[in-house]
Each structure stands twice: as C-alpha cells, then as structure tokens.
Design a protein around this ligand. Structure first.
Ligand code: AMP
Ligand code: ZN
Length: 495
C-alpha cells in the first residue's frame, strides 16, 4: 500500500494504543493484497484522496473488489440539485470502477434521525422540525422524502446502491459502538448527552477538524455528541433507551456503525460533499479510530459544491432547487446530469438558467447527431476512441475530458457512421446521456408541397404531357428532390 495507508493513521491521530493497533491494520492489508486476484482490473484508476491530498492509483484492500460507502441524504426535505450533484459524482465513480472490472459493493445510508440544525449538536432536530412544518410525524416525512430521493436518483439514471441502510434501523449497532468508545475512555457525560473527547486523539482534526463551538459543559470546542438525551419532560417522536438514558444518537455515529456492519473496517472508499470534510468525516474517523484502532476507510473522496450565482444552495435555509422544479420547467433530468459533467467533480459549479439551457441544447444536439448515424448490426465500437474516453475517466473521473472525446468521436468522419454509433453507445453505458433511447432517425419525409408536385407530375405523365412533367421535375429539383421513375411509378429522393 502506498503512503495513503501510513499518513492518515498518523494525521488523524491516535493514542499510542490506537497507533499500535493501526499498524496491525496495515499488516492485515498487506496480507490481503497477497491473495491472488480473481480478475485483475484492467487499468489503474487514479483518484484524489482527501486524506493524502494527492491523486494516487487506487489500490483496493482486496484485489478486484471495492467497498464503497456514501453518506446519504438527510431526509427531512427533498434533495436539492446540489445534493444530487454529489450523488452524480458518486455514480460516476462507481461506474468507472465497474467498467474497470472491480466488483463494487456500494452502501448508502439514509439519515432519518438525530441531525441537529447546527454542527455543534445544538438547535432543533431537523427531522422533528420538518415534521412540524409539514403537519406529519417524523417517521412519515422520513419515508416520504426517502422515496422522493430514490425517485430522483432513478430519473438521473444513478445506479441504486447494493445496500440501503437507515439510521433508525441501526440504533442498537450505534449504542454498541458508543459503548466501545466509552470502554476505550474517549467519552464524557454532560447534562445533555455523551460526548466524544477529541483531546484524547492528539492529532484529531489536524488536517481539517473544525471548531464547532463550545457549550458550557463541553471540554473542547471540537468535541461532539455521540448520544443526546431527550430533554426532560419532553416526549420526542424519535427516541430510544440506551445505557446512558433515553435519547437519540448523534449524527456522525450512524455512518461509523453502519459502514462497519456492511463493509469491513477498514474499507476502500468513502464519499460525500466537501462540507463533510471538517466535521462529519473527521468525526467518523475519530470514533472508529477510538473504538477499533483502525482507519475507517482508506480513500476519502469529496465532491465540490454546486451553488447559485449569489448564494449557497442549502437545504436548511429552505432556498433551493429540486430536480422536480427543473422537470416542471421542461428540462430533461439528463440535461442536469450533462451540466454537472461539464465541470470536474472537484471544481466549483455555479448553477444558472443559461448554463442549464446550454447543457440542454448540447444534449439535444448530441441526440440528433447520434440519431442521424445508421444502426449497423454487428458494428463494433472503435476501440481507440473508447480507450481515450475511459482513460479520461480513469484520471480522477475527468468527465469534461470524457465529454470532449464523445464530441470528437461523433464528428470524426474517418470512422464509419455505423461504427461511430456503436462507439457512442458504448460510451453511453459508462456515462449515461440517454443515447440508448435515441433511435435511428427516420429517413427524411418529403414535405407535403413536394408530394403534391409529384402527384401533379404523375398525372401529367399519364396524360403524356411531357413538357408539364419536365417543368414539375424542375420545381421539385428546386425544393431539393430528385424524381426517380421506375416500373412501380415515381418516387422522390433527397439530392
Ligand atoms: P445532506 O442531506 O445535507 O446530508 O447532504 C447530502 C449530500 O449532499 C452530502 O454528501 C453533502 O455533502 C452534499 N451536499 C450538500 N449541499 C451540497 C451542494 N450545495 N452541492 C453539492 N453537494 C452538496
Ligand atoms: Zn456519513
């Protein structure tokens, strides 16, 4: 394994006990690497790892396999198109790994509990607040927005994760993990909950940890809640009994617990938006390090934000655009997909109507040009073009470069039209742009005016008025049609 194994363990930080355990993890890793590969992936995929802050060749813990965990949506409202940009980036990652021969196991959680309105574990619970706003129970709105989220993913042709897991269905696993963290002496109790003591991990957040704020009883500004007590005398809609008292889990613990359940720790890849770097992911790493001495995931990939020209796109402010609002505006969801691929996933993207219109018309042109290519049975894709396309995506998922290859190929007259069609269809499998639905264009139907002239010419010929027939032939030629006379009669062909 490269530096990516060693440096996170050092920089995330651990007690001396934790560090010793982490090095055992490294040994376990090399043992796993020695196992012969079933089907070695074809070509190296280079990815930017936030932990090492560089692009490295992706090396899985187990050859040919990739365990991938993605932080899912907090379901107190619809996903906004910023959230969906992150899931489009994850989808591209997954498809590239699949195309390169990895057996990907993709786990995504649904945050349906205990996410407070501030990172400092203060404020109202977003689920209960959302429920009150909508006049429904927290459980009902969680289910409603989970289904809406899944529908959005389908409409964007995002592959479903192999495993969906809901926080509310994994509270016992979270309690067990908190108990381990407590056994390792990383916790303390305040009047409102059980907190993680970040000062026990000397290098905690050295790279990115944010000071999320102090309340009177917290020992350090970065400390975060593992378990929050239900306020005295208040009946919460979502609450559970625990060894520490009735309450609900902190936000970060759900991902550490569910990732450990469905993927082994450490696993290969963990994704989220850049907002997760300083708090949520730093804390996931800290919790797992404290409980197990292991680094939660080897690779951490983060998608940059999509924002509006003059403001952030944020769910909690209520000021955001949904995929449905784009559809209501007459846009194809894939035009939004196309828009996000015009920027690299690690680059800021500003959403404007002009940008979406640009993407929509580019996609329309792509479909039209593709439709004009003849379907030839047995035509194989042009391997050099497919390889250039895949090479762009293997280089840290460079979608803008891959789109450039799509257009180059579409316009490359040196490739036979039928082969071009097959080549683009192959690219569409990796980067879906709706080409599978585009059928070969119907041959041009002559306009009614031309058909009327043809009819008049047939009548003139029948009446043996050859002068009129010749004049009508000339008129049709001016419209761009050639008259072909044959035994069955006359027909028109585009000149
Ligand atoms: P949340 O529902 O807030 O937990 O966010 C779901 C996912 O969307 C997380 O991976 C966030 O990092 C990501 N995200 C939130 N806001 C944006 C945005 N404006 N642009 C891109 N991704 C975002
Ligand atoms: Zn998470």
């Amino acid at each position: 394994m490269s530096a990516s194994t060693a440096s996170p363990a050092a920089s995330v930080g651990a007690t001396s006990k934790g560090t010793a355990r982490a090095s055992r993890t490294v040994n376990a890793t090399s043992a796993a690497t020695a196992t012969p590969a079933a089907a070695p992936p074809a070509e190296p995929v280079r990815l930017f790892n936030t932990l090492t802050r560089q692009c490295d060749v992706f090396t899985p813990l187990e050859p040919g396999k990739a365990g991938l965990y993605s932080c899912g949506l907090t379901v107190y409202d619809y996903a906004h198109i910023g959230n969906l940009r992150t899931y489009l980036f994850v989808d591209l990652l997954r498809r590239v790994l699949l195309a390169e021969g990895y057996d990907v196991n993709h786990v995504m959680n649904i945050t349906d509990v205990g996410h407070l309105t501030s990172d400092a574990d203060e404020g109202a619970d977003k689920m209960e607040l959302g429920a009150r706003k909508q006049g429904r129970t927290a459980w009902e709105i969680a289910e409603f927005f989970t289904q809406a989220f899944k529908r959005d993913l389908t409409r964007l042709q995002i592959l479903e994760p192999d495993i969906w897991c809901k926080a509310t269905e994994h509270v016992p696993e979270m309690i067990e993990l908190i108990a381990h963290i407590e056994e390792e002496k990383f916790t303390y109790r305040t009047s409102d909950g059980i907190y993680f003591d970040t000062s026990k991990l000397p290098d905690y957040g050295q790279q990115a940890g944010a000071r999320i704020g102090l309340n009177d009883e917290k020992r350090n500004p970065q400390d975060f809640a593992l378990w929050k007590f239900s306020p005295e005398g208040e009946q919460r809609q979502m609450e559970w009994d625990s060894p520490w008292g009735r309450g609900f889990p902190g936000w970060h613990i759900e991902c550490s617990a569910m990732a450990a359940k469905y993927l082994s720790v450490p696993f290969d890849l963990h994704t989220g938006g850049v907002d997760h770097i300083p708090v949520h992911h730093t804390n996931e790493i800290a919790q797992t390090q404290a409980a197990t001495g292991k680094l939660l995931s080897k690779w951490w990939l983060h998608g940059e934000f999509l924002n509006m020209k003059d403001r952030k796109m944020s769910k909690s402010s209520g000021d955001f655009l949904t995929l449905q609002s784009l559809i209501d505006g007459g846009y194809d969801p894939l035009a939004y997909r196309y828009l996000t691929y015009q920027a690299h996933y690690r680059a800021h993207l500003t959403f404007t109507e002009e940008a979406l219109n640009g993407a929509a018309s580019a996609l329309r042109r792509l479909h039209e040009t593709f439709a004009a290519l003849p379907e030839e049975s047995g035509a194989a894709p042009e391997s050099a073009a497919v390889e250039r396309f895949r090479a762009a995506l293997r280089e840290d998922l460079n979608a803008p470069q891959a789109l450039a290859v799509v257009w180059e190929t579409l316009r490359d007259d040196t490739i036979a039209p039928g082969v071009r069609r097959a080549t683009l269809a192959a690219m569409n499998e990796l980067l879906p742009l709706g080409l599978e639905q585009v059928s070969q264009a119907e041959p041009d139907q002559p306009p009614a005016e031309a058909l009327a002239l043809l009819e008049q010419r047939n009548a003139a010929r029948k009446a043996r008025d050859f002068a009129a027939a010749d004049r009508l032939r000339g008129e049709l030629a001016a419209l761009g049609y050639e008259v072909r006379d044959n035994a069955q009669g006359s027909s028109l062909a585009r000149k």
